[in-house]
Each structure stands twice: as C-alpha cells, then as structure tokens.
Write a protein that binds this ligand. Structure first.
Ligand code: SAH
Ligand code: SF4
Ligand code: F3S
Length: 450
C-alpha cells in the first residue's frame, strides 16, 4: 500500500542531504513524498540547532500538526536532525503527540523504527545514540529533491574542531569519513540518473580521511566521466592546503569557487572562537587563490557580536570584508548555545547593538555584491542549465562556475530543445544584473565543455 511522507527541512546542506537520504530509505517502505502535511501518513521535521530558540521553534512548528494527529491517530509525527539529537526525550515529554525523535546517527534505522508501530497505538521512540563508526549501510544513493542535474554527496559527518560558539560537534558527533570507494560509487550512480554536478559535503572537508585525503578524493570524483562540475563545502581556512589550492588549476571540472568562513576580522575574537588561524594567515590563503585564479569566487560566514567583540574588532571585520571583496556573505548575530565554551563568556553587547552591527555589515556586503554582479554585464559566461527559472516558466535557469544564477530565454528558431539543454553547459552573454541573479542571452551551445 502506498504511503505518503511530508518532510520539512531546516538548516544546512547536510540536513537537505539527510532529508534526501531519509526519503530514499522510506521509498523501500512504499513511501512517496507529498507536498502538504494534510495528505501525509508520516510527517518529519528535520531540524537545525545552530542558533538559539531552535527547540522552541520546533514546539511551535509541531503545534501546527497537533490537530492532524487528533483527526487521524494513525498519523506518525517525527522530529529528526540536530534539535532531535540535542533535546531527545524532552521533545516527547513537552509534545506528547510526537511519535519519534530520531537523532543524526539514526537516519538509516528509520524504516525499522517505523515498523514498531502497532495499529491504534502511538509510537514512542527516542533514538539518539551517537555511533563510534560510519558504515556503508547508513548511506545510499539519494536523488536530489530540488534539481534533476545537481546533487550533494556527504563525504563525512561530525566535527572535531569545537569552535567555542558552535553546537555542531555536540549534535553531529566526532568527525568520521566515508570510504572513498563508496563516495565514488554513489557519484557514478547519480550520473546514471542525469546528474552532471555534485557538491561534496562536510563540516570541514579539508580534513577528510577516507583512505585517501581530500585532494585525492576530489581527483577521483573529477575522474567520473559523465560529471561536468564538482564543488565542495565547507572548507576550514586553517586546513586549506596548497595542494588543494593548486588543484583548481589542474582539474577543469573543479569549479573556481570556494566558501571559506572567516567568522571575524579580529585576531583576538578569532582566538576566543578557537578558530585556529589569524586574519593574516587567512589573507595569505586568499591571496594565493586570487593570484592563481583572479576570477575565483569567494564567499564566507561572519558572526557579529561574539562575547567581548569591541567596536574596534567589528571595524576589523568590516575592513577584512572590504579587503577580500567577497561575492557573498552569510552573516549571523552571535547566538549563545548551551554547553558550548562561549556560553560561559559574558555577553558584551545588547541585542540591538548586535543587530545594528549586522545591519551595517550586510549593507556593506550588498554594495560589494551589487558591484560584482554589475561587472559581469557584457561578459560571456558558461552556465550549467538546471531547469525552468523560478520566476517564469518561459525561461530557463542555470549557474555559472562561480555559482551565480543566470536566467535566459531559449531562442525561437527551434535550434535548442528545452529538454535536451537541461544538464548541458552553454555559453551566455550577460545582459542584466540584479541582486540575486543575472540575465543572459544565448551565444552558442557547447555539448561537451568538460
Ligand atoms: N563547519 C562550518 C560551519 C558550519 S555552521 C565552518 O566551520 O565553516 C555554519 C555557520 O553558522 C558558521 O560558519 C557560523 O558562521 C554560524 N554559526 C555557528 N554557530 C553559531 C552561533 N552560535 N551563533 C551565530 N552563528 C553561528
Ligand atoms: Fe562548528 Fe567550527 Fe566545526 Fe564549523 S568547524 S562545524 S564552526 S565547530
Ligand atoms: Fe544546523 Fe545541524 Fe547543519 S545544527 S547548520 S543542521 S549541522
């Protein structure tokens, strides 16, 4: 009998990947994804706890499903992901209509745990033990939900860095790498289904150790014939090696784009965060990247208002942002996470002061992003076509090597067939620049750029 699962996913790409993996396991049990909770037999909230009030938000989200459970006692509601891992039993105590709390190392057990459901009875499952190993059975080829041509592949899980503000090592456990051969097998399977771009995922991909190192793994992935583009995220600046920097030169499939989270432009704040690098050593790596590949796209994460961040520290962050000239920034107000080292530090700023700093920083970045976008007008770029544009079904959309979205129309000469062009790399001339996207026109179609 066909059953329906409704999944809401929060947080980072690793959670998106986990949701795809859950769906893949659930398909074995005759589940199909549905788009509204009302039609679901199983509702899953895949949660993130990187910022405060995460648990509170889960209770309010769960409240929306309570009446559905009252109407249909056979409905199963589960919380998965990082809040599940952190709060465990407490979630069921506070939301008694919840059936399952599945932590970050228990995704592969989902179907087995669902099998414990007895008709007419509510499930009460809390599966939050952290494993000490990583096994082949936990992973599997999971088709991307959001795209037909690009997929993410988790290459490792957990983190050993324990930056003082961060909850991730506590909720994802110690760093463990999947075997390189399993990753390659997954990538090959994905290409059989039409995937031409993969992004390798990990909290710190540079410390991958799955029989080979990260640079070697990238070479192996780039060697998969059908693949046209390879990206990775996230790269910890302290571990970014010269070998990896130089790989951008020798591997044409490796997109010249790197997310390198700086967090702060002040050495004393970086030290208090236990980031393991200085602004100077970070800048040396940026210069090495830029001198080899002037057009490489750089993005970063910044936290403002870390305990003790002075006005001068904040100005140093603003200066660093101007010096690097990032293509984009993901910026956050510092958020206290229970159990972390920084949670013991006294907060030096009020919420409104932190928000003012964030506003100022985001304003600066908007100007930098806008000028970077405008500089592309008139340029010819290579775009991997992903499908229809979000704004209009008449248009197609794709991304440049630097991960910038470009929308374009097919010409009406009939030269290009919409279905054939998806998944190909084509050349477009940029005609307009907007904050989050570009518009281009076709120059010519190249069947096999890579
Ligand atoms: N592993 C990645 C980051 C994963 S978390 C890395 O080290 O780069 C994603 C981002 O969330 C972090 O880079 C950081 O900027 C932000 N973040 C993490 N904990 C936070 C906290 N307590 N308050 C505010 N932002 C936080
Ligand atoms: Fe968190 Fe630091 Fe690990 Fe990134 S490297 S996940 S910020 S502890
Ligand atoms: Fe959030 Fe967990 Fe990712 S805390 S950022 S979903 S690793």
């Amino acid at each position: 009998m066909e059953k329906y699962v409704y999944i809401e996913t929060f947080g980072c790409q690793m959670n998106d990947d986990d949701s795809e993996r859950m769906l893949s396991f659930l398909k074995d049990d005759n589940f199909t994804l549905c788009s509204t909770p009302n039609e679901a037999d199983l509702i899953l909230l895949n949660t993130c706890s990187v910022r405060e009030k995460a648990e509170h938000k889960v209770y309010s989200m769960l409240g929306r499903f309570r009446s559905l459970k009252e109407e249909n006692p056979e409905l199963i509601i589960g919380v998965t992901g990082c809040v599940a891992q952190q709060a465990g039993e407490r979630l069921i105590e506070r939301a008694p209509y919840l059936d399952m709390v599945i932590g970050t190392h228990n995704i592969h057990n989902l179907v087995k745990l669902l099998g414990k459901k007895e008709k007419g009875k509510k499930l009460r499952i809390v599966a939050t033990e952290l494993k000490e190993d990583i096994t082949r059975e936990e992973y599997r080829v999971s088709m991307p939900l959001a795209s037909k041509v690009k997929a993410t592949v988790s290459i490792m899980r957990g983190c050993d860095n324990y930056c003082t503000y961060c909850i991730v090592p506590y909720v994802r456990g110690p760093e463990m790498s999947r075997a390189a051969e399993d990753i390659i097998a997954e990538v090959k399977e994905l290409t059989k289904s039409g995937v031409t771009e993969v992004t390798l995922l990990g909290q710190n991909v540079n410390s991958y150790k799955g029989g080979v190192g990260f640079t070697e793994l990238l070479k192996l992935v780039c060697g998969v014939g059908e693949l046209k583009r390879v990206r990775f995220v996230t790269s910890h600046p302290k571990d970014l090696s010269r070998e990896l920097i130089e790989l951008f030169n020798t591997e044409p499939k490796l997109c010249r784009q790197i997310h390198l989270p700086l967090q702060s432009g002040s050495n004393s704040v970086l030290q208090a965060m236990k980031r393991g690098y200085t602004v100077e050593s970070y800048m040396e790596k940026v210069h090495a990247l830029r001198s080899l590949y002037p057009s490489i796209s750089l993005t970063t994460d910044i936290i403002v208002g870390f305990p003790g961040e002075s006005e001068e520290d904040f100005r140093m962050t603003m200066d660093a942002i101007e010096d690097v000239g990032y293509d984009n920034i993901f910026s956050f107000v510092y958020s206290q996470r229970p159990g972390t080292v920084a949670a013991e530090l006294e907060e030096s700023l009020s919420d409104s002061e932190k928000k003012e700093r964030l506003y100022e920083l985001q304003k600066l970045q908007k100007e930098i992003t806008a000028s970077k976008q405008s500089a592309l007008v008139g340029k010819i770029v290579e775009v991997l076509v992903e499908g229809e544009s979000k704004a209009s079904k008449q248009e197609l959309s794709g991304r440049t090597e630097c991960n910038k979205v470009v929308n374009f129309s097919l010409d009406d000469t009939g030269t290009f067939d919409k279905d054939n062009i998806v998944g190909s790399i084509i050349q477009l001339k940029i005609t307009d620049a907007f904050t989050n996207s570009l518009r281009g026109e076709l120059v010519w179609k190249e069947a096999n750029v890579c």
